[in-house]
Design a protein around this ligand. Structure first.
Ligand code: ACM
Ligand code: ZN
Length: 548
């Protein structure tokens, strides 16, 4: 009998999964579980004295709300939205620390974004180095609550945690397709729960200008609307939908979104594209182009040869006026000034551009673009801001103070870090989330995408410090994923492209080191998938089925 019992116990131990009872993604710096377990409270009572913490708790409480009833829904992009029947208790304040389920505190001895979370028989205590640290700790607590809700038991836990990178970014292209204020806010909630702290907002493009600029009303009156849109892959398709397509954010809406993000400890970096990807601006004010137009807001994807004329002083006046309003709306340290995919054909043929090159002693058109960049950088610096631009800005020479966003693979970022420029790594080969997630995309039912192949394994494998010495590596400020939306026109489709790849981004950005990929997939399944299903996010299933 005794022998049998021992055998049963031994087999139970062998069969017990290697995973901990609670999983957290991104992996915390340190996490210990204890054997105690506390009942899931009927109300998550919170004790916080600091008024900023109280505000934070209200924000957290709003993000804990379910967006949908339990069930499986079909979505506009033809994808499935799975919503679990998990319920979480409501959040309530208490003035009595002893009665609180969780007590929040700021501990100024911790780094700004760091936090500690202790769950014991007495309840939970969450300390952050600042409001930011507490916020990231609350995201961890959300994962604990969602995982514990089905059993009604919360295990003892001791976590010490802080992010590896200060810049943890995600870009959303609201130009090729437009997302409403509520959709953008929902997406901000989604990036927050992955502990990302920077929203790079792509706001101007060939196919649509999306930000209201009071001094130049035609930018939105004319430039926000394209007459029609190509259907299917633009390089081969001759088909158009013949529907005018548009949308833009008023300055009031932008202020609202900036505040919404700030409440979630997220900085928004706006991107105003120059000197390429500017056709919508040229269609609005044709004097901004080399030929004077006429121009039309672009109806197909790809790269246009029409760029801002860099010879005319009126172009610089326009760009500075736009940036004046942008700086009023966005308090971010960085302003993104684009710089990518700017063909030089128009400048070569333009007498005003050529005269400018001669007058300024510029050898070629790459140097003309560099001249424009340096002027705009000096202007933004005079307003107390820094520039960040796509890696093409390295080509004609950059100042040491410009930050480079490396997108054509990591090589531009590696070169920039070696020459002493700061870098954000957002290589298309690892973090372009508009790329396909599987190899056999049709067989796997993936919706049409721009191309490429970036599966979860690839995202997770990214080494931000590849080929860099420790000194050079110090210039890598962070990592970002980009969701370009030529082929993505609904938020359910955005979600399907971003999730679970944001999980890999999150761990690359946050965690000091990464473990085994297969273990990671299991941890995401245990930690974030229940959260995705609680919120009803349309996540992609491929990685969880082993389809790559
Ligand atoms: C880019 O993808 N053109 C930055
Ligand atoms: Zn010109």
């Amino acid at each position: 009998m005794k022998k049998t019992l021992i055998a049963i116990l031994a087999s139970l131990m062998l069969a017990s999964p290697a995973l901990k009872a609670v999983e957290i993604v991104p992996a915390p710096v340190s996490m210990k579980e204890s054997k105690i377990s506390v009942e899931m409270p009927k109300k998550v009572t919170v004790y916080a004295v600091d008024k900023d913490l109280k505000k934070l708790v209200k924000t957290w409480s709003s993000t804990l709300k379910k967006n949908y009833k339990a069930g499986v829904y079909d979505t506009p992009a033809g994808l499935k939205r799975i919503v679990s029947d998990v319920k979480l208790p409501a959040v309530k304040f208490t003035k009595n620390a002893k009665k609180a389920f969780v007590a929040l505190e700021i501990d100024a001895t911790l780094p700004e974004e760091a936090y500690t979370l202790e769950i014991s028989a007495e309840g939970a205590k969450l300390c952050g180095g600042s409001v930011k640290g507490v916020w990231w700790g609350l995201q961890t607590l959300t994962q604990v609550l969602v995982q514990s809700a089905p059993s009604g038991k919360i295990g003892g836990l001791s976590i010490q945690d802080q992010p590896h990178f200060a810049y943890r970014g995600a870009m959303l292209d609201c130009c090729r397709h437009f997302y409403s204020v509520d959709e953008v806010k929902g997406w901000i909630d989604m990036i927050a729960l992955h502990k990302l702290n920077t929203f790079h907002w792509h706001l101007t493009e060939d196919q649509g200008w999306r930000i209201e600029i009071k001094k130049y009303p035609l930018l939105t009156k004319v430039g926000s609307i394209r007459k029609r849109t190509v259907i299917g892959l633009y390089k081969t398709s001759k088909e158009f939908d013949e529907n005018p397509y548009g949308g833009y954010y008023t300055q009031k809406q932008i202020k609202d979104i900036v505040a919404y993000a700030a409440d979630r400890q997220i900085t928004i970096i706006p991107e105003i594209e120059m000197p390429g990807h500017a056709v919508a601006a040229l269609a609005s004010y044709p004097y901004l182009g080399c030929t004077g137009g006429p121009y039309e807001v672009r109806q197909i994807w790809g790269i246009s040869k029409e760029t801002f004329c860099l010879g005319k002083e009126s172009t610089y006046e326009f760009l500075q006026d736009v940036l004046d309003e942008v700086c009023e709306l966005f308090p971010s340290e960085y302003i993104h000034i684009g710089g990518d995919e700017a063909p030089r054909d128009a400048w070569k043929a333009c007498p005003v551009c050529q005269a400018k090159m001669k007058a300024e002693g510029l050898k070629n058109e790459a140097e003309l673009q560099s001249y424009q960049l340096k002027r705009i950088e000096a202007y933004l610096n005079s307003k107390g801001r820094k520039v960040i631009g796509w890696d093409e800005i390295l080509e004609g020479g950059v100042t040491p103070s410009a930050t480079i966003m490396s997108w054509r693979g990591p090589k531009g970022g590696i070169a920039a870090a070696k020459q002493g420029n700061d870098v954000v790594m957002t290589p298309n080969s690892y973090f372009y989330l508009d790329y396909y997630q599987t190899k056999e995309r049709e067989a796997n039912g993936e919706p049409l995408a721009i191309g490429g192949h970036v599966n979860l394994r690839k995202c997770y494998a990214f080494d931000p410090y590849d080929q860099l010495t420790a000194e050079e590596g110090a210039h890598i400020k962070g990592v970002q994923a980009n969701t370009w939306c030529e082929y993505i026109c609904t938020m359910d489709h955005v979600e399907h492209m971003d999730l679970p790849r944001f999980a890999a981004l999150s761990e690359v950005c946050w965690s000091e080191s990464r473990g085994d990929y297969d273990e990671f997939v299991k941890r995401v399944q245990a930690s974030l998938v229940p959260l995705y299903e609680y919120k009803g996010y349309v996540y992609a299933p491929y990685a969880f089925k082993g389809i790559e």
